[in-house]
Write a protein that binds this ligand. Structure first.
Ligand SMILES: *[C@@H]1O[C@H](CO)[C@@H](O)[C@H](O)[C@H]1NC(C)=O
Ligand SMILES: *[C@@H]1O[C@H](CO)[C@@H](O)[C@H](O)[C@H]1NC(C)=O
Ligand SMILES: *[C@@H]1O[C@H](CO)[C@@H](O)[C@H](O)[C@H]1NC(C)=O
Ligand SMILES: *[C@@H]1O[C@H](CO)[C@@H](O)[C@H](O)[C@H]1NC(C)=O
Ligand SMILES: *[C@@H]1O[C@H](CO)[C@@H](O)[C@H](O)[C@H]1NC(C)=O
Ligand SMILES: *[C@@H]1O[C@H](CO)[C@@H](O)[C@H](O)[C@H]1NC(C)=O
Ligand SMILES: *[C@@H]1O[C@H](CO)[C@@H](O)[C@H](O)[C@H]1NC(C)=O
Ligand SMILES: *[C@@H]1O[C@H](CO)[C@@H](O)[C@H](O)[C@H]1NC(C)=O
Length: 905
């Protein structure tokens, strides 16, 4: 459906609800029942205000008999594929537009106006009839503007300075508006759009507003003198060595007092001389480094090869042909010349230490535009801050100021592999002082921590770890870490090996139990030393070392290996000696030997000591044997006879025994020697001896060694015979007399006397014998009595066997006609000779069959001997009666008895 719009226009100023509608033109669109009426088609509104675009619309109440209903109504400023877009769906309007909902009112309200809201706004509505759509076109042109203070003219009138100001808008404003002027936010005089401002003070800020719309006043302006110098920036930052450019424009009145103005001098200055500014070009400090590039009202100062001392306030000055026409742009431009002191500051997350978040700041004295580099490659960011959420420890960063890329900041990076140095670098000896130093290339500088492997806690939070006097226990592996805000790096481990002299060596013996001969034994020497020590084994009292090994091995240890051992350890830094260790080799007895002391012939009664010598460890116990019979067990190795007796003779041996074994000695024969005992004599034949026959006298004596015998006849110096027997052949009466039998050996001698009586014939001889017999019997009885009394106290052996006598009992003899001549033995045993006297009476008979035999034996105790020696009693051969025999038998055990064999005649 097409509708022709008809435009009727009328200019008017209306007031909006809360806006600033400066101009309204009412437009009625559509002649028929379909139409949109905009109260104003051109609206000028001030930025920030709210404006209403007033609008009504109409439509037929029925179409083709159907009641018309408006299903959609909206404002739009643009189409999209010929479809108008509802303003409310436009993001930049969504919250700022409101539609009037009442009936046919289609007023649009836009709040918080922006300059971009300037556009043509159209209203459109859609009914329930498919053809019932209508757009109010052309729409309302909204111009959003603000007031501007325009300086139309400024002038110097003498010393008096003024400016003509006008409050203007980009919209045509009605002439009869009333204005308000502000100086530094304070209302000043003046109600028109024009203002003549005196006293141009550059600190004054001027703005204007339309009365009634005071909220929407213009931005403030500084109204400047017509004499003016404007610098592009008041702060200039530049790097040492670079070139600084300071720009300015300047102006001045074209005529002064009707004379055209000309600039006769223009220059930059920083110092005065006599209150007159001095041209920089004449300053020797700037010689050759200052350039002016001036064109029209432009004059740029260029300083090359900047120095830090160039930091100063630079001012531009120009001088005109009018004597008063001199002007300096004050304040000037502050130039800061810095070294290339860009720095990257690093900040890392303080939230948690695992976060990689880091912020790098490019820091310098001049604010500027920055360039960031990662590993030398430019990044897109031109901010002063660079935030990193991930960080590779190998990355490095630096920044630069745009335009000053040749002066980049130092590069920052995480620590590189730290290096460890040890001082002194030579061998480390116990007790010396040692310094470990950690260093790592890092920026920012790293902080260091020292660790020892296997020690949890750090040793020190410094780059140096110092040992004043290093100990062996300080040996180990050390490493350090280097940290900065970009990361951490650990050094390789460094082994500290403290050299030291050997410590006290210890000796170990294996096996530790008892050491038995023949076993294998190891002596081991160990000493803590670095470098490892060499060992030497010694045996005490042996000059030369046993071995140069840590271990001294006895593959089969000998008893002679017993002793004290020690070892030394030497490693070049010193020597140390172990304590001695005693090795005691246990062994079974060696073959014992029996020795006797004195070693000479052993004489009865002497003190004799037998010694069993046996080598054994531990000391053995001894068992003594005599003739293979145990004498004594568990004895010492000596067997002692205080006074050896005849019966102690025999073969002695000993057995040596300890827990490791036993051994028998060979036997030692002990032979107790003694002087001949009282010999016994006999006559043979015992039968009747016929004159002229031969008679043998036999002498026997107990002695060791065996006695030798010699026969003497009384009163004859030369011996009659030697040997047991003395045979007298062809016996005759003149052979009567006393005979001596001397028994002798190396120990002594003993005499016995035999009285031989030879009678001429038997009867005669018997008669002659009677008187002698009577005397003899009497004496014998007395002797028997004495011996009997003594025998009660002393036991005695019976008749000893000649030559094998062991009986050493005291004997008492009542006769002592004998001679003792052998007194060679040691006094205690044989101080006195036994006394003996034998009598034989030989009777010649022709018919007697029984032999007459007398064997009279006498012995006396040594104690009685002295007394008995005085009794020089002689005995003759006696014929005993049978009664006497009984006496003899009764006293058989009495050693002091006188014995006789009696033949009954
Ligand atoms: C300005 O003039 C218009 C007509 O030209 C008049 O309607 C309006 O009221 C006047 N405004 C003031 C403030 O005098
Ligand atoms: C041997 O070692 C001990 C302890 O280890 C030490 O005190 C001593 O000084 C050392 N002796 C020598 C001679 O080095
Ligand atoms: C001694 O040492 C040797 C080797 O060094 C070893 O074979 C032997 O078994 C050791 N003997 C003992 C008794 O420890
Ligand atoms: C230890 O013994 C080895 C081999 O015999 C020898 O080379 C070294 O010099 C010795 N070291 C010392 C400290 O005696
Ligand atoms: C040592 O001699 C004694 C006596 O002759 C004997 O009984 C014993 O068995 C012998 N011992 C040894 C080990 O020969
Ligand atoms: C003692 O030993 C010797 C020699 O072996 C031997 O002739 C003698 O009969 C031994 N004596 C005794 C009393 O056994
Ligand atoms: C000594 O005489 C006896 C007896 O008359 C005789 O048996 C013995 O053999 C004689 N001895 C010597 C050595 O003549
Ligand atoms: C034996 O005794 C007699 C008489 O006393 C003496 O004259 C003689 O010297 C003795 N004989 C010896 C060998 O002693």
């Amino acid at each position: 459906m097409a509708h022709r719009a008809m435009r009727g226009a009328a200019m008017s100023v209306i007031t909006a609800v809360s806006g600033f509608v400066l101009l309204t033109v009412t437009v009625v669109l559509g002649q028929d029942v379909w139409g949109v009426t905009y109260t104003s088609t051109q609206i000028c509104a001030v930025k920030g205000s709210t404006v209403e675009l007033r609008c009504t619309f109409r439509y037929p109440s029925t179409i083709n008999g159907i009641n018309t209903r408006v299903v959609k109504k909206f404002w739009f400023i643009r189409d999209e594929n010929n479809e108008p877009v509802d303003l409310k769906t436009e993001s930049e309007y969504r919250d700022r537009v409101q539609y009037q909902r009442k009936n046919n009112d289609c007023t649009l309200r836009i709040s918080d106006l922006r300059e971009s809201d300037s556009a043509e706004y159209k209203f459109r509505f859609i009914t329930n009839d498919p053809r019932g759509k209508y757009t109010g076109s052309p729409g309302v042109i909204l111009t959003v503007t603000d007031l501007q203070v325009q300086v139309s003219r400024s002038a110097v009138r003498g010393d008096f300075k003024s400016a003509d100001l006008k409050c203007e808008s980009s919209c045509p404003l009605p002439d009869n508006l009333s204005y308000i002027w502000y100086k530094n936010e304070r209302i000043i005089t003046g109600q028109t759009s024009n203002l003549l401002l005196n006293y141009l003070d550059p600190t004054n800020r001027i703005s204007c507003a339309v009365r009634g719309y005071e909220n929407f006043h213009s931005p403030s302006v500084v109204v400047k003198d017509v004499w003016d110098v404007t610098y592009t920036s008041t702060q200039v930052c530049a790097f040492k060595g670079a070139t600084a450019e300071i720009r300015c424009t300047f102006r001045y009145p074209s005529t002064i007092n009707g004379i055209n103005t000309e600039v006769v001098q223009k220059f930059w200055f920083i110092t005065h001389k006599n209150n007159e500014p001095v041209d920089l070009k004449t300053d020797p400090e700037y010689s050759g480094r200052v350039h002016y590039q001036c064109e029209n009202n432009d004059c740029t100062l260029k300083i090359t090869d900047l120095r830090e001392s160039d930091s100063a306030e630079y001012k531009f000055r120009f001088i005109t042909n009018d004597p008063r026409g001199k002007y300096s742009g004050v304040p000037g431009v502050t130039l800061t010349v810095t070294g290339p002191q860009l720095q990257v500051h690093v900040r890392r997350s303080t939230v948690n230490s695992y976060s990689n978040w880091k912020e790098l700041t490019c820091h310098n004295n001049c604010q500027s535009s920055y360039i960031w580099y990662r590993n030398g490659h430019k990044l897109s960011s031109d901010e002063q801050y660079l935030q990193l959420n991930t960080f590779d420890s190998a990355d490095s960063f630096h920044c630069a100021v745009k335009g000053y890329e040749q002066f980049p900041s130092p590069t920052v990076y995480a620590p590189k592999l730290p290096s460890v140095s040890v001082s002194p670098s030579a061998e480390i000896v116990e007790g010396s002082s040692v310094t470990l130093t950690c260093s790592s290339d890092a920026n920012p500088a790293a902080s260091y921590t020292w660790y020892k492997e296997d020690v949890i806690n750090p040793l020190i939070y410094q780059n140096q770890h110092f040992f004043f006097s290093i100990l062996p226990s300080d040996s180990g592996k050390y490493y350090c870490t280097a940290d900065n805000d970009l990361g951490q790096k650990r050094s390789e481990s460094r082994t500290i090996d403290v050299k030291y002299a050997p410590k006290l060596p210890s000796v170990s013996v294996s096996p530790s139990a008892e050491i038995v001969e023949g076993s294998s034994v190891n002596l081991t020497c160990s000493s803590d030393a670095n470098p490892a020590a060499n060992y030497t084994w010694y045996k005490e009292d042996v000059i030369n070392p046993l071995s140069y090994q840590k271990q001294h091995v006895f593959s089969s240890i000998l008893p002679s290996d017993s002793g004290k051992y020690y070892c030394t350890a030497d490693n070049g830094l010193g020597q140390n000696k172990s304590e001695s260790r005693t090795i005691d080799v246990k062994y079974a007895p060696k073959l014992p030997s029996v020795s006797v002391s004195p070693s000479a012939e052993i004489v009865e009664g002497s003190s004799v000591t037998l010694t069993c010598s046996s080598d054994a460890n531990p000391a053995p116990s001894y068992t003594w044997y005599k003739d293979n019979k145990v004498l004594a067990t568990r004895q010492k190795n000596v067997y002692h006879f205080i006074s050896i007796k005849l019966e102690n003779s025999g073969n002695y041996s000993c057995k040596s025994e300890n827990q490791y074994g036993q051994k028998n000695s060979t036997s030692l024969s002990i032979d107790v020697q003694y002087a001949p005992k009282l010999p016994s004599v006999s006559v043979s034949p015992s039968a009747e001896i016929v004159e002229g026959s031969s008679v043998t006298l036999t002498c026997s004596s107990d002695a060791n060694p065996a006695a030798k015998y010699t026969w003497y006849k009384e009163d004859e110096d030369s011996p009659k015979a030697s040997g047991h027997n003395f045979t007298i052949s062809n016996i005759r009466p003149e052979h009567s007399g006393s005979y001596y039998c001397v028994a002798h050996n190396s120990r002594g001698r003993h005499n016995v006397t035999l009285q031989l009586t030879v009678r001429e014939d038997f009867p005669k001889a018997a008669k002659l014998a009677v008187t002698g017999i009577t005397l003899v019997v009497f004496l014998v009885i007395i002797c028997l009595l004495v011996f009997f009394l003594l025998a009660k106290k002393k036991p005695s052996a019976l008749f000893p066997v000649p030559g094998n006598r062991r009986d050493n009992n005291n004997k008492v003899s009542c006769t002592s006609p004998s001679q003792h001549t052998g007194k060679t033995e040691s006094p205690p045993s044989h101080s006195e000779e036994d006394e003996e006297l034998n009598y034989a009476s030989v009777r010649f008979s022709t018919n007697q069959t029984d032999p007459i035999y007398y064997n009279i034996r006498s012995a006396g105790s040594r104690r009685q001997k002295v007394k008995e020696e005085d009794e020089h009693v002689e005995y003759a051969a006696v014929n005993f009666s049978p009664a006497l025999r009984t006496v003899h038998q009764d006293s058989e055990e009495d050693p002091s008895e006188l014995y006789s064999t009696v033949k009954k005649i």
